[in-house]
Design a protein around this ligand. Sequence first.
Ligand SMILES: O=P(O)(O)OC[C@H]1O[C@](O)(CO)[C@@H](O)[C@@H]1O
Length: 448
Amino acid sequence: MAHISFDHSKLSKFVHDNELGEMQAMVTAANEELRNGTGAGSDFRDWLNLPKDYDKAEFERIKQAAKKIQSDSKVLVVIGIGGSYLGAKMAVDFLNDTFFNYLPDDRRQFPQVMFAGNSLSPSYVYDLLNLIGDRDFSVNVISKSGTTTEPSIAFRIFKDRLVEKYGEAGAKDRIYATTDQAHGALRQEADAKGYESFIIPDGVGGRYSVLTPVGLLPIAASGADIDQLMKGAADAADAYTDPDLSKNEAYQYAAYRNILYRKGFTTELLENYEPNMMYFAEWWKQLMGESEGKNEKGIYPSSANFTTDLHSLGQYIQEGLRNLMETVVKVDQPNHDLDVPKEADNLDGLQYLEGHTMDFANTKAFEAVTLAHTDGNVPNMSVHIPDQTPYTLGYLIYFFEVAVAISGYLNGINPFNQPGVEAYKQNMFALLGKPGYKDLGDKLRKKL
Ligand SMILES: O=P(O)(O)OC[C@H]1O[C@](O)(CO)[C@@H](O)[C@@H]1O
């Protein structure tokens, strides 16, 4: 029995009874490609066994580093982009108090965890420096390649500030580098300067890296239990191995979205009813989009946060272009619940909700939306999670990782590369005047 459950009961209007069964042969083949390494991109499958097969000594070092950061810093600045930040950001949000980063220092046990290097906005960096002020801080710089422009520039700026505040030696003790074990500029710098460093395993791509030091150090620094996170993922790894579609809900999810995609439902919205899951959707979008969007095909991953966005996107979802499908991640037991207060008069007309809780209203909204969208011809799937614990998050991460790998093979693409991301990078290097890009730079400038 899986710890989380996948509900496809509202798909009967869109998918005939026999269609899932007809996917079985393809799913079996996709499973073999994934498990036996015969599919495209097979060098990047190490995330499959990662929840069990990880470097235990390094894991302990992560916990020690997290303790040091908690003891000597009010702020941890996590520098990275794409898979080198989204996993940590979504997990820190998902696992902590909604206003975790807003609590003042005298009301918090653990440092603020702030992110940088995920844009080129100077205002953002300026504002973050201003937020830190003269408080103690540390930096975790994360980049597999070590050459990504956004985090590289941000790292220079925060490193400068650290050196200014603590001197060269003091700064060195507050920089944690998470990067490739042997290659890249960041590895060279970490070794040359003696930063404490952690390794991004070779066989794990950025978007599958949240359970490596990439995600684990910031998550642990925020005070969350990374043992439980790994345990949840390890149990999910056991739960989602059977190629039999009737027994594997992660594979069912992959198969259903493939069936729907072929019927013209080309955009998938990941939806939630908890504001601190907004970044879960951002993490999921990179996982799905970078894995599947290639060879001029793939489901476009989008998201909506409910009930908030029912009052902005709700109209479109209900009646706009009919190419949408939706997947809701629904928390069955919120971290906290509140009663609807009683009032003697009934001026607001809300008396009928007295005796109920806010979560009752939230869950009824979920049910109402599911039915309305289904009636509006938006195929609806949902993943129910019991709570927002580290164990459940680990489980959920693995559910989506294994599902997208199968989904990619079902759609005939390599789910583990991202060649298209290079196009903008090459142009940007050329326009910035990076050595080696002169000819391309000349060509591009004529087009501007
Ligand atoms: O860790 P790096 O090398 O800085 O790369 C960051 C991100 O850039 C990409 O290569 C492309 O977006 C992602 O796969 C990766 O997560």
